[in-house]
Structure formats: structure tokens, C-alpha cells
Design a protein around this ligand. Structure first.
Ligand code: ZN
Length: 149
């Protein structure tokens, strides 16, 4: 378990498309552990692997309801819309309003390699959308409705 360095928005690693995890190796488990430590240390509600410089489709989220680990997450349903201020650990000190689906349902694998379904609305849907965007090199500022302060 270790805290990793969070990459900041000018780092081009944040703009790459991440590769799916083919096999859940000890390295992937360490990555999950370190990502959770790093997210909690930074008081974040989510973290995606490219934010610690790893181009794998791995996300951790905790909106205050417990840790969720997602390997190779894919949307299977989104609906509705919501607009709220959003920030990112890779863009410190900045936030801006972003329109997101109000509901999202995601299929992924857990650390045991079991298929899991994670769904949620409001903040959970926003966190899922924000973190999965990171896996495709997309930052919230690409979708922000206006400049934040
Ligand atoms: Zn982010």
C-alpha cells in the first residue's frame, strides 16, 4: 500500500486511451490498493489509473458509501441529465459546471475477476462518468459549460 503521485492536467498521460486489463495480476491488485490510498489521502471521491500514470482501465470510487473498485468498466445504461460543479484531483483548485447523465449503470470486474454491476444516480452517476472518461483521455474541462474560477 502506498500513495502515488497524482499527475496534473498538463501531463500528456492524462490524454491517452487506456488499455483493458487482460489478467488480474498482483500488479493490478497493488495498483487498486495504491489508488485507494492515493484517493483517500487527497480527499477525492474517485481516481482513475492514468491519474497515477498507469494506462490501464482501472477506477476507484468512494462517494462516502464505501470503496468501489472497477476493472474494465463499461456503461450499459445512462439516462436523464444533471448539471453541477465538478472538480478533479488532476486539476487542483478548479471547478466548473458539467452536464452529466443523472443515472448510470456500469458493468465491470472486481479484483477477484467476477463481473459486477454498479449503478447510481446524482453524485454516483457523476463520479462514474468522470472517472470512466479519464480512461479515454477525457477531462471534465473538455465538457465544462463555462470557465470555473
Ligand atoms: Zn478527474
Amino acid at each position: 500500500m502506498a500513495i502515488r503521485k497524482i499527475r496534473i492536467s498538463t501531463d500528456e498521460v492524462l490524454r491517452k486511451v487506456c488499455k483493458p486489463v487482460k489478467e488480474i495480476t498482483p500488479n493490478v491488485l497493488t495498483l487498486l490498493d495504491d489508488m485507494a490510498d492515493t484517493m483517500y489521502d487527497a480527499n477525492g471521491v474517485g481516481l482513475a489509473a492514468p491519474q497515477v500514470g498507469v494506462l490501464k482501465r482501472v477506477v476507484v470510487i468512494d462517494i462516502g458509501e464505501g470503496l468501489i473498485e472497477l476493472i474494465n468498466p463499461e456503461f450499459i445504461e445512462v439516462s436523464g441529465s444533471q448539471t453541477d460543479h465538478e472538480g478533479c484531483l488532476s486539476i487542483p483548485g478548479h471547478s466548473a459546471p458539467v452536464e452529466r447523465p443523472n443515472y448510470a449503470k456500469v458493468r465491470a470486474f472486481d479484483r477477484e475477476g467476477r463481473e459486477i454491476i454498479v449503478e447510481g444516480k446524482e453524485l454516483m452517476a457523476r463520479a462514474l462518468c468522470h472517472e470512466i472518461d479519464h480512461l479515454d483521455g477525457i477531462l471534465y474541462i473538455d465538457k465544462a459549460m463555462e470557465e470555473g474560477e
